[in-house]
Design a binder for this molecule. Structure first.
Ligand code: ZN
Ligand code: ZN
Length: 320
């Protein structure tokens, strides 16, 4: 399977502004002082080699949308945040090259940051497209229809041309979609959210966002340990630092980088991806959190095999 991140922010999309971009350029110029480059390619090679990600790159600002390549003859995508606009355009280009026009959407929940991209999802306007929305919530269709009502949006849901189908799945009953086995878990979050476990040919990917883990609720944590067990890749809600999540933002429905590492260690998962970044965090803040998480993992690892910690950004691709 191949996991491709189209949107990695939580709560609200963010756009780059002039001041942080200027600061990145200034840092790059200082790092390159005294050097000369014959052309842009040479300068880009230097930047890639010598500069940190927060200077040379950006984590991006689209909200939750993660593609999982690995289904037979169909696209798989988790959540319909603002990142789904770009994914829609990209997938339609792949359809022009012969890919079947079938999209399976796995919806964690219907908070706005996870559905706001759907009115801009190109395939929904394609009469040849089939879109199947898999959810744990019985009111998933109501939520998608409501955000396109006239008072909020000019194009009503019924004007969409694709064949759109909603499938509501019971908990803990694995089901098969285009050759991939999928299982749901209910997560602690306002109006509930669901995590998804995708498995194919002995490889597994878990998408678990908008999930608050209560450190004092061992029974629920045991269920997550079992759900994450041995996973090759766990995409995890790590919106806050531990300090914030246990003091200021307890009961806000999100989790921390520390809890995610502890859960992945207990489950002997192989790789963790930090996801659903807080919209007020700068690229430097997210980079610092990533570095701190890597250090924490090393400190508490003990005799366990290493857990690789990645940090999601819009455009990241991970082979699983
Ligand atoms: Zn969210
Ligand atoms: Zn939410």
């Amino acid at each position: 399977m191949l996991v491709r991140f189209w949107g990695t922010r939580g709560s609200l999309p963010v756009a780059p502004q002039a001041l942080p971009v200027q600061a990145k350029i200034a840092r790059a110029l200082v790092a390159a002082s005294g050097k000369t480059f014959a052309n842009e390619a040479e300068a880009a090679a230097f930047a890639e080699r010598e500069l940190d990600f927060a200077t040379y790159g950006s984590y991006g600002g689209a909200t939750s949308c993660v593609e999982i390549e690995g289904g037979d003859q169909a696209f798989f995508v988790c959540d319909l945040g603002s990142g789904v606009r770009e994914f829609g355009l990209n997938s339609l280009r792949r359809c022009a090259g012969g890919h079947p026009r079938v999209w399976h959407v796995f919806l964690s929940h219907m908070h706005w940051d996870h559905i706001m991209g759907f009115p801009f999802f190109g395939p929904a306007f394609d009469p040849g497209a089939t879109i199947v929305i898999h959810a744990g919530h019985a009111d998933a269709e109501e939520a998608l229809r409501r955000q396109q009502e006239e008072i909020s949006f000019p194009v009503p849901f019924d004007w969409l041309r694709a064949r759109i189908e909603f499938v509501i799945h019971p908990l803990a009953d694995p089901f098969e979609v285009a050759g991939v086995t999928v299982t749901l878990i209910r997560q602690h979050h306002s109006h509930d959210s669901y995590g998804f476990h995708f498995e194919r040919d002995g490889r597994s990917v878990i998408y678990s966002t908008d999930s608050e883990h209560k450190l004092d609720n061992m029974e629920s944590e045991a269920a997550f340990e079992a759900f994450f067990a041995g996973a090759d890749l766990v995409i995890c809600d790590t919106m806050y630092s531990l300090g914030d999540s246990v003091s200021l933002k307890q009961d806000w429905g999100h989790s921390s980088n520390i809890v995610a590492v502890d859960l992945c260690h207990a489950a002997e998962a192989k790789r963790l991806v930090l996801f659903h970044h807080e919209p007020t965090y700068t690229d430097e803040d997210i980079q610092r959190m990533h570095a701190e998480t890597v250090r924490y993992e090393e400190l508490v690892r003990g005799e366990r095999p290493a857990l690789e910690v990645l940090c999601a950004y819009d455009g990241l691709e991970v082979e699983v």
